[in-house]
Design a protein around this ligand. Structure first.
Ligand code: ZN
Length: 458
């Protein structure tokens, strides 16, 4: 029996697509190409995932697990001889426990579906990112997703209390812990979170929920120096007493890009400042939260930290402010962007970004540079736009200018997007030889035949 027939015998005829049917599916929401694989298996239970993996292990066939295909680093790419496991039939929200404040879900649940389901219990699952309508919880965990509220709630790895995973040989390890405190030896869930499908396949998760905030105050702020951006972050965090929920920075070129035609957005404040910040506070008391937010803004203005601000008067304003920040697609106007996701200490950001502009001028000549990101987390997104015909030639030169200087202050080549295939050549900038050796020995121990997402990360 061939691969397709063998897998069909294990989990059912309609649960396995052959190579031809697989090739009719898109390879991802950002991409123009289609999937390629020997077969695409759609197991409906953990036991079926275990059967597929057991067979692939015995036959030494590579397995790529896919969620919503919204990744940006080619972590879910498959080759024609590999088997894809899609968790699209594992979409049950098994339980929402409002006393324990946990949700128990299957890995294929879409992020937004979970966000909306827990809202009915006046709870919140705080992970939030642009791809919420497509990305899956399993994919969020496998890639340790970040997003807009990390400053308050942490990354995906801070929201997972327990999980169930299937090992390379089909062994099921169920570690469905519901407790916040459980200090009983090695933290097995963290082995799988952020491992991008290279150490096991996550099938079910226990997630930590938070109380749903009921108020929101936001401001779009103009600042005249980076030092003031950094000081404004501390000022707001201190003044808001724990309710700061987002602190997004935009350099002037990005702000002008998303507030000028052909972008639909209109500038809430003048386009003349070198730096902009979108600051958000979420709380539970409509009157007091607004008072506290406005007082914090006022004292920032009075002390000269900020020079201009538009303060939200309604939820519509808040929505409009976020739309500007999220309109990253504008970087596609007039060229093709090479997009980066890096972390560095706040103290290094100003000199790093200034030097980057100069080194790009010298290395590639004419380009446009857009910088924005989750500054409160030390995470910047950098988009270097070049002409389409120069893209392939310039891309390696651009990568070198962006990544190489990070080594000097232990910055990260991937803040929240992961490594996949795309950042593998640069991993050594952020990880030492000994760290990489330990990662390799974990990989060898958990996946001795190297069938799990072959060639990714390491
Ligand atoms: Zn981001």
């Amino acid at each position: 029996m061939n691969t397709v027939e063998s897998l069909r015998a294990l989990i059912g005829e309609s649960a396995v697509l052959d190579a031809t049917d697989t090739a009719t599916r898109s390879a991802g929401v950002w991409r123009g190409d289609n999937l390629q694989a020997a077969a695409l298996a759609r197991p409906a239970t953990t036991a079926e995932v275990a059967k597929v993996l057991g067979w692939c292990h015995a036959n030494r066939i590579g397995v790529v697990t896919q969620g919503g295909l919204t990744g940006l680093v080619h972590g879910g790419d498959a080759t024609p001889e590999q088997v894809i496991i899609s968790l699209e039939r594992m979409r049950d929200i098994e339980e929402i426990d409002s006393l324990q404040r946990t949700a128990t879900v299957q890995a294929g649940v879409v992020l937004q579906t979970l966000q909306e389901a827990v809202e009915e219990h006046h709870l919140m699952f705080p992970l939030d990112l642009g791809a919420r309508g497509t990305a899956t919880i399993g994919g969020n965990a496998a890639t340790n997703a970040g997003g807009n509220r990390v400053i308050r709630y942490g990354m995906m790895r801070d929201m997972v209390l327990g999980l169930e995973a299937v090992m390379a040989d089909g062994t099921v390890v169920s570690s469905m812990n519901q407790l916040i405190k459980n200090n009983t030896g090695y933290d097995l869930r963290q082995l799988f979170i952020g491992s991008e499908g290279t150490l096991g396949v996550i099938t079910r998760l226990v997630l930590r929920l938070r109380e749903q905030p009921v108020t929101r105050n936001m401001a779009f702020v103009g600042l005249d120096s980076f030092d003031n951006v950094a000081a404004f972050l501390r000022h707001m965090d201190r003044a808001l007493g724990g309710t700061l929920s987002a602190f997004e920075a935009m350099w002037r070129d990005f702000y002008c890009l998303v507030t000028s035609p052909p972008a639909k957005g209109k500038p809430p404040i003048s386009q003349e400042y070198p730096f902009y910040v979108l600051v958000e506070s979420q709380g539970a008391d409509a009157e007091l939260d607004t008072l506290r937010f406005n007082n914090a803004m006022e004292s920032a203005y009075d002390s000269g930290l900020i020079v201009d601000a538009a303060i939200s008067q309604s939820e519509t304003d808040c929505h409009h402010f976020w739309e500007l920040r999220d309109d990253v697609e504008q970087a596609l106007n007039g060229g093709i962007p090479v997009i980066f996701d890096i972390s560095l200490p706040i103290a290094e950001m100003d000199s790093y970004t200034a030097a980057l502009g100069q080194s790009l001028d010298a290395a590639i000549g004419k380009h446009r540079l857009f910088i924005f990101g989750h500054l409160g987390d030390g995470n910047l997104h950098v988009a270097v736009q070049v002409q389409a015909e120069d893209y392939m030639r310039l891309r390696p030169l651009i990568e070198k200018q962006v990544y190489a200087p990070l080594a000097g202050f232990q910055g990260s080549v991937s803040a929240e997007h992961g490594i996949g295939l795309e950042k593998k050549p640069w991993l050594h900038i952020s990880r030492s030889e000994n760290e990489l050796a330990l990662m390799r020995s974990l990989k060898d121990a958990l996946d001795p035949r190297g069938i799990l997402n072959p060639g990714k990360v390491l």
